[in-house]
Ligand binder design. Structure first.
Ligand code: SF4
Length: 706
């Protein structure tokens, strides 16, 4: 008999509710949950095909172990596999110290999985070498919120998008990356045509279809653009002096800086008409409600933190925050990137929005976990972590639910690192990823519809993710794998002591974790699985005793900084690290397609999702094709300073001359070479350490066929 289980979609940060139809063994279909406040029953092409992506041929079913480099892996059992891993990790830690091991995890994990990994790394192993692939997608937004508003808390709700009078969408093709949110915006715009929408993107994306104004800035010039808008707001008197005086600090320094960002200068830096810049500033300055949305175009940059702060400056200068239809609203890419931020799953963080560098924060978490202390050493972030693997400092690496052999920049070096690492564990649902190739131990993980826990979406809303069917064969939930391994490791590292990982269910993990949020900006100590089940998904803060979540933050003008005032930041515009030059005259932009997700380990199993775009194609302006005597569909060699690919080109006048666009989804399973990220560079933002995946210098040449 067909049953229905309410859960959430496992793809993007919109966090749509889904109803899984199943017979208790097999998932038969999926529908949008009409009661979920993110999507009200709608699903996009990816969400509505979730039930078509369960291809067992791609799934990991049993642990696989190899007992020496160069040998083949063979089927193992859980006890042997995890005992072997615990022996190797314990020996490595004893011989080389706790910082000789590392964990690289994922924004796809559930909050309970994250919590288990964090406790394992920091409390048991004693290392801060735990970072997440969220480093690649939103660590610049974390820094932007913390340095400007005092806490990593997006202050808005989805309903603010519908209530806004002027929306600035910067570096986000939300039509593809957050489709259901984009549909909500389309509906709002149809009902309120006077709503102004400004899209800032070097490329004319599908999101621009809805725009009243498209600012096709030159790649990476966002900071200059935002400073230029502030210059005009100041000149025209469209700032809110009362709000600035009452609720902020640091404005005078910024005011001095933006004097130089005149409309003439900024139009030149950004490569846009001055009239468009003036119009954007006027709409923002005169709007009763101004809201901004942004994503990877700002975050994946060597100046990502400065871009975030420069955009938040506009809200603080106009007092456009804390009211319906206003605020700086970062969209998270992955389904539970927010949960990772909350549980401290970046090397520099600790659970409950704490900092690993803060001795008081370390002491609070250590006390909660019942350990003497937490490690003081600085944890390695994604790019640095794999450099340490490559040069031999990291000798045992645990990777969960992510595919660095496709997603990290400068792929040649990542593959060298993984090949050189003495012991690599990969905990994965799909055994088809590039990273699995390097695993000495492959552990099969349960996937969507097969495991339970919680996720937080872009609007701080926590949903209960429910299990509908059992995982195939011997696959296990991530929290259970991590806790089982941790128990075996603690027998070797701290024998005789009570276990720190005596968890019987994900709910037990949630209950242990949630007091760590009490009294913090994100306080959801009042939430429980029972409340989520009876009252539905809730937005934090949800402190003990609360009866409802919190849709909007900072309405009282008090911020989470020590002074209670928001801070302006006066960062000078800096160009992307790799500029176009004679050898590499094109700037490569990478991004998403509508129907694919990340490295396609899941979406690549559904034929229907290739109906939109079948293969990886490099988009170039027709002038650039002519200049290179290339015809659409012909194969070309694409070279950067780090490597090359061969793939077809297409004429695309949505891409400006001097630029190129390539989807991020294809790895070496699909392309000749190591995938899109063979081309990208590992430069990163000095504060957020998020790599600059959006701007690489390339050249494109004809491939002369024999
Ligand atoms: Fe899933 Fe995102 Fe599509 Fe919603 S918008 S169905 S969360 S992929």
């Amino acid at each position: 008999m067909t049953q229905t289980t309410a859960s959430t979609c496992c793809y993007c940060g919109v966090g749509c509710g889904v109803l899984i139809e199943h017979d208790g063994e097999t998932i038969l279909g999926v529908r949008g949950d009409p009661n979920h406040p993110a999507n009200f029953g709608k699903l996009c092409s990816k969400g509505s095909t979730l039930h078509l992506t369960g291809d067992l041929d791609a799934r990991g079913l049993y642990p696989e172990l190899r007992l020496g480099k160069g040998l083949a892996r063979s089927r193992s059992d859980w006890d042997s596999a995890l005992d072997h891993a615990a022996n190797v990790f314990a020996d490595t830690i004893r011989e080389h110290g706790p910082d000789s091991v590392a964990f690289y995890i994922s924004g796809q994990l559930l909050t309970e999985d994250y919590y288990a990994f964090n406790k394992l790394a920091r409390a048991l192993v004693g290392t801060n070498n735990i970072d997440s692939n969220s480093r690649l997608c939103m660590s610049s937004a974390v820094v932007g919120y913390k340095r400007s508003l005092g806490a990593d808390a997006p202050p808005c709700s989805y309903e603010d998008i519908e209530q806004s009078d002027c929306l600035l969408i910067a570096g986000s093709n939300m039509a593809y990356a957050h489709p259901i949110l984009f549909r909500r915006l389309e509906t709002a715009k149809a009902q309120r045509p006077d709503m102004k929408i400004i899209v800032v993107d070097p490329r004319r994306t599908d999101t621009c279809e809805l725009a009243d104004l498209h600012l096709a800035i030159l790649p990476g010039t966002d900071v200059a653009l935002f400073h230029g808008i502030l210059h005009i707001l100041l000149w025209e008197g469209w700032i809110d002096r009362r709000y600035i005086d009452a609720h902020t600090e640091g404005f005078d320094e910024l005011k001095t800086l933006v004097r130089d960002y005149t409309p003439v200068a900024v139009a030149d830096i950004c490569g846009i008409p001055q009239a468009d810049l003036l119009l954007a500033a006027e709409w923002i300055g005169k709007a009763p409600g101004f809201l901004s949305l942004w994503c990877m175009g700002l975050n994946q940059s060597s100046s990502g933190s400065a871009k975030n702060s420069a955009l938040i400056n506009l809200h603080l200068a106009t007092g456009q925050i804390g009211r319906p239809g206003t605020g700086p609203f970062s969209l998270t890419g992955q389904p539970n990137a927010m949960g990772g931020r909350e549980t401290g799953s970046l090397a520099n963080l600790l659970p409950g929005h704490r900092d690993a560098a803060n001795a008081g924060h370390r002491a609070e978490v250590a006390a909660h976990w019942g350990v003497e202390r937490l490690p003081e050493s600085t944890g390695l972030t994604a790019i640095e972590l794999f450099e340490a693997v490559r040069d031999g400092r990291i000798k045992a690496l645990w990777i969960a639910c992510t595919n660095p052999a496709q997603s990290l920049p400068d792929q040649q070096k990542i593959h060298e690192a993984l090949a050189a690492c003495p012991f690599v564990v990969v905990q994965e649902a799909f055994f088809t990823t590039e990273t699995c190739h390097y695993a000495d131990l492959l552990l099969p993980a349960a996937s969507w519809g097969e495991k339970e826990g919680t996720v937080t979406n872009s609007e701080r809303r926590i949903s209960h993710v429910r299990r509908a069917v059992p995982a195939p064969a011997e696959a296990r939930p991530d929290w259970a794998i991590t806790s089982d391994f941790a128990r075996r490791l603690e027998q070797r590292l701290r024998p005789g002591l009570p276990s720190l990982f005596d968890f019987a269910s994900p709910e037990a993990l949630f209950e242990e974790y949630k007091p760590l949020t009490a009294g913090r900006d994100l306080d959801y100590s009042g939430l429980s699985y029972a409340i989520l089940d009876t009252r539905g998904p809730q937005q934090w803060p949800f402190p003990a005793g609360a009866t409802a979540g919190t849709p909007r933050l900072y309405g009282d003008g008090r911020f989470a900084t020590e002074s209670g005032r928001a801070r302006f930041h006066a960062d000078v515009y800096r160009a992307p690290k790799e500029r176009r030059d004679a050898r590499f005259p094109l700037t490569l932009n990478t991004g998403r397609l509508r129907d694919q997700w990340h490295g396609m380990s899941r979406t690549g199993t559904a034929a229907r999702l290739f109906g939109h775009v079948e293969e990886a194609v490099l988009g170039l302006h027709p002038d650039e094709l002519r200049r290179r005597r290339l015809q659409p569909g012909e194969l070309a060699r694409v070279r950067s300073r780090r490597g090359s690919l061969i793939l077809p080109v297409q004429a695309d006048d949505a891409v400006r001359p001097g630029q190129a666009y390539l989807p991020m989804h294809w790895g070496n399973r699909f392309l000749k070479g190591l995938g899109t990220n063979i081309l990208t560079l590992p430069a990163f933002d000095p504060l957020s350490r998020q790599p600059e995946l959006k701007h690489a210098g390339i050249e494109v040449e004809r491939v002369e066929l024999p």
